[in-house]
Design a protein around this ligand. Structure first.
Ligand code: ADP
Length: 247
């Protein structure tokens, strides 16, 4: 694949706009957004409902194509990729964590975690698998199915699955939205740990100021535009800013 030079950014968006058409009306979900996420950083994305958070995450992860502008994953520019190339790129270079875990109920923990490798027909590195399962504290539960795990444990399986391909970026859409506060804390500590100990890059959409405070910085969106950033955020600072944005 052609590249655009080496980059210290895991992913960057360059003047990205996205319009959706519904009937005669066009909705501008993202409006000329430029943002870069250096490798080894944890960023939270916040904003009122409808401000463009999901669209932002979907464009960054190659799930959605911008109407204009560029998205660059590592050294790879995404807009000129075919659908097949984007599918492979998502599978091989992006880790996904969703609010609803999205595990396969018929597979056990180990099979769920290694699924991306099997889909990519890559060899399973047993040592790395063990490291990942230990990091998510699931080394004892390899043969359990998702229905035999708590919500927090299932989300930790999803994080392990997201890591197994050494992705350029892990994108997490409301990863604690369905969890109680104790399980949420464990998942957030885990996301923090994969950044600090494994050098991963995490982008996380959240509504929760406490969740956002685990990140290195928070990017705020309003009406599809960037509306500020906080570095080393405290929950109180985040909550004050969110209130100001009208959430
Ligand atoms: P958020 O995640 O912050 O709630 P979204 O990115 O989901 O915001 O949506 C931003 C705007 O784009 C909203 O006005 C939403 O209604 C619109 N939108 C999102 N996805 C679509 C779609 N597939 N078709 C039409 N409009 C959409």
């Amino acid at each position: 694949m052609p590249t655009v030079g080496t980059s210290s950014y895991a992913v960057r968006l360059d003047s990205v706009s996205k319009e959706y058409r519904s009937g005669k009306n066009a909705v501008r979900a993202l409006d000329a957004v430029t943002a870069g996420f250096p490798r080894g950083t944890f960023t939270a994305i916040m904003g009122p409902s409808g401000s463009g958070k999901s669209t932002f995450l979907n464009c960054a992860a190659g799930l959605d194509r911008p109407t204009s502008g560029r998205v660059v994953l590592g050294d790879t520019e995404l807009s000129s990729r075919s659908e097949t190339e984007l599918t492979e790129l998502r599978r091989d270079r992006i880790g996904f964590v969703f609010q609803a875990y999205n595990l396969l109920g018929s597979l056990n923990v180990e099979e769920n975690v290694t699924l991306p490798l099997r889909l990519a027909e890559r060899r399973i590195d047993r040592a790395f698998l063990r490291q990942v399962l230990t990091a998510v504290s699931l080394g004892e539960h390899l043969k359990r199915r998702p229905s035999e795990l708590s919500g927090g444990q299932q989300q930790r399986v999803a994080v392990a699955r997201a890591l197994i391909n050494h992705p350029d970026v892990v994108v997490a859409d409301e990863p604690t939205g369905a969890l109680d506060s104790r399980s949420s804390r464990q998942v957030l500590e885990l996301l923090r740990q994969i950044v600090d100990d494994m050098g991963q890059t995490v982008l996380m959409v959240t509504h929760d100021p406490v969740a956002a405070s685990y990140a290195d910085s928070v990017v705020f969106l309003a009406d599809g535009k960037l509306a500020g950033e906080l570095t080393r955020p405290t929950p109180e600072q985040v909550a004050a800013r969110v209130t100001h944005l009208g959430e």
